[in-house]
Design a protein around this ligand. Structure first.
Ligand SMILES: Cc1cc2nc3c(=O)[nH]c(=O)nc-3n(C[C@H](O)[C@H](O)[C@H](O)COP(=O)(O)OP(=O)(O)OC[C@H]3O[C@@H](n4cnc5c(N)ncnc54)[C@H](O)[C@@H]3O)c2cc1C
Ligand code: FES
Length: 255
């Protein structure tokens, strides 16, 4: 069960003007975490809720997180220094990325923006081809890390400064045409997830998406994070924090 941990900051450094990498000494979380899970970090002053951040990587009891400054909470987080102590709840999430250990075929990983970090631990764990979507060249977080893990890494940028000009849809379609994948695993903005899910469905390939919703408690109690999912003919409210964040794309009701 996830518990609150007081974790020392080992380092906090800027990767771009707005993206930061935070390394924490967090053995209890790091040793229990699986790809797709996240942590819920108390950010600063008491009026702020915790903020959910995906686990990017774990190693030797350390936790690596990569985040973008969006508002007050992540701005506060970006100013942490080595030696500071953070109140971290985790690892959270029961719906995680399936790794298909018995299947020798690669998975296709598709990440967009701050949806890129949680896919790195999958790329490290099994054969994978990777498509990463960014705003522009300056926002290309973790590109080199993926290159070190996979021999196929394709980039799409909104402004065309690197790779395909536009969304990830083009490179994803091309790779789906050319290769036999056991599954597509995706994390990023909802329109991107929906487009990727449609492309995978067109090829009859299982697709799993990590959903992002605003969160309150992070542990299933407040229902702030609900998204609609299908179970047979029925629709019901699933909690992204407890039932996800990763869902089979077939189950998601795209609103
Ligand atoms: C499971 C999960 C994993 C995540 N992993 C990462 C990660 O690895 N790296 C990363 O940079 N970000 C991640 N996020 C998003 C991150 O939690 C938000 O950017 C952060 O909570 C914003 O807090 P803030 O106080 O800085 O901004 P706020 O002032 O709270 O909000 C600033 C803006 O961001 C929007 N926003 C806030 N929270 C969310 C959210 N959960 N989903 C969508 N929009 C939001 C608000 O509507 C507002 O427009 C994740 C979110 C979830 C649910
Ligand atoms: S954040 Fe409270 S139920 Fe998910």
């Amino acid at each position: 069960m996830a518990e609150t941990n007081l974790c020392a900051v080992l380092s906090c450094r800027a990767l771009t003007k707005t993206h930061f990498e935070l390394c924490l000494d967090a053995p209890a979380i790091a040793n229990a975490a699986v790809p797709g899970q996240f942590v819920h970090i108390a950010c600063g002053h008491s009026h702020l809720l915790r903020r959910p951040i995906s686990i990017c990587e774990t190693k030797d009891g350390f936790l690596r997180l990569v985040f973008e400054i969006r508002g007050e909470g992540t701005e506060w987080l970006s100013r942490r220094k080595a030696g500071d102590v953070l109140d971290v709840l985790g690892p959270l999430g029961k719906g995680v990325f399936p790794l298909f250990p018995e299947d020798p075929r690669p998975v296709l990983l598709v990440g967009g923006g701050v949806g890129v970090p949680p896919l790195l631990s999958v790329a490290r764990a099994r054969p994978a081809h990777v498509v990463l979507g960014y705003r522009n060249e300056a926002a290309m977080i973790l590109y080199r890390d993926f290159l070190a893990s996979s021999d196929t890494v394709m980039i799409a940028t909104d402004d065309g400064s690197v790779g395909t000009h536009g969304t990830v849809a083009d490179p994803v379609s091309r790779l789906l045409e050319q290769n036999d994948y056991c599954a597509v695993l995706a994390c990023g903005p909802k329109p991107m997830l929906r487009a990727v899910a449609d492309l995978a469905k067109g090829k009859n390939i299982p697709c799993f998406v990590s959903m992002e919703e605003r969160m309150g408690c992070g542990v299933g109690a407040c229902l702030v994070c609900v998204c609609k999912t299908k179970h047979g003919d029925h629709e019901h409210n699933s909690r992204v924090c407890m039932d996800g964040p990763v869902f089979s794309a077939d189950q998601v009701v795209w609103e």
